[in-house]
Design a protein around this ligand. Sequence first.
Ligand SMILES: Nc1nc2c(c(=O)[nH]1)N[C@H]1C(S)=C(S)[C@@H](COP(=O)(O)O)O[C@H]1N2
Ligand SMILES: [Mo]
Length: 454
Amino acid sequence: MHEAQSSGRVHKAPESFLTPMGIQTVMEEAKKGRRNFLRSAFAAASAATLAPVAHAQSNPVPQEGGDPNILNLPAHSKGLGQSVASDEGYGKPSRYESNVQRRQSPGLTQTTQASVSFAPLQSLFGIVTPSGLHFERHHQGWWDIDPSKHRLMINGMVKSAKVFTLDEIMRLPSVSRFHFIECGANTAVDWGNVAVPTVQYTHGMISCSEFTGVPLITLLEMAGADLKAGKFVLAEGADGSSMTRTIPMELIKSGEVFVAYGQNGEMLRPEQGYPLRLIVPGVQGVSWVKYLRRIELGDMPYATKDEAIHYMDLQPNGLHRQYTSIQECKSVITTPSGGQVLLDRGFYNITGLAWSGRGKVKRVDISVDGGRNWRTARLESPVLTKALTRFNLDWVWDGKPTILQSRAMDDTGFVQPTYKQLRDVRGTRSIYHNNAIQSWLVQESGEVKNVQIS
Ligand SMILES: Nc1nc2c(c(=O)[nH]1)N[C@H]1C(S)=C(S)[C@@H](COP(=O)(O)O)O[C@H]1N2
Ligand SMILES: [Mo]
């Protein structure tokens, strides 16, 4: 299996093809002359030294012990390797992985400079997005701010306004938690039935990291916040976009909302808001204010520009949904997905991601026949609240065209809707908050395509 598009090969070690079927099955398949089954398994291995295709073909029945190439010792098995990688300072991925990159969507128009880049979901494993591949959304460009000069003010309905330096914040009791962040505009282009080619572009405005920081309630208490009268805070960023968002105090009082400086074990990346960003689990990305410089406690929603003009949903009845904040339960199959090619019929591991802004993912069902029948996928651990959850399911493709779909359910019982169900409620004029079931058409040629079915 490989990808036709430039957005990254499918990464599967041969083992992951063999394990679910067992070596016995593989041997039987091979004896039946299905050498392509093996070929696709080996072709997927990334090292150039592994199993040249010609050998596998001229030798359809594996000898005892398997591929004879295992006996050809490559240079790296005989010589001295390189000195410690710390010579280069910060470690980098293998040069064979250089096609795994954030990308700008071909479907989005660019004004003065690019403001969105999408995470390569089709190339990632597990639930954590490597920091260098985290999606980006900048309303007015990103900055690498000098942390010694950065300040965070807490003001409004507090006893005395307080200004924190980064050092002062880092002395306080901290928490570390895994959460997804999804832009409210993720999957937006698909509202208009525009079939962008890959999962990177349909769903790549989501990422998941382990964030570290201080609960916002701690900082509010230190400033002597009026926790009875204070109902909402305004969060403000230090970049030129004057990003401002209203966050309800219920989320803050629960201790869920925190001011982060850490991401995946190190300081935040500049693109992600270094040195301070607000983490608002389950809530759309725009509320996760980067370069956080001010928190004001008030008693009403603020109706800021980013709440009164953007991120609202026009309903069929002509009214707008405002302050739409929770990202509802959603999932997507990341392999096989748009732009990838199945080399041959046979076994494939279907894998993907599910999430819910309301809590944990409870179940993911998968259909391999366009929604007629559903099988329950395996959820891989950990299954964490308001974090990405990885699912897997065994599948044997019979070589005929078919449609793959995933449908997630969260622990509130909410079930991810079809496009028909979503449009019945939300109409056809929405841009944001599309959590409909994604359909991937597997064509007879093996090419996988983005399609919409109701
Ligand atoms: N200060 C500031 N915060 C911001 C933004 C911004 O442009 N400036 N963009 C918001 C939007 S719309 C999203 S989706 C997320 C994107 O976060 P990321 O770039 O870390 O992926 O940050 C939010 N916070
Ligand atoms: Mo966003």
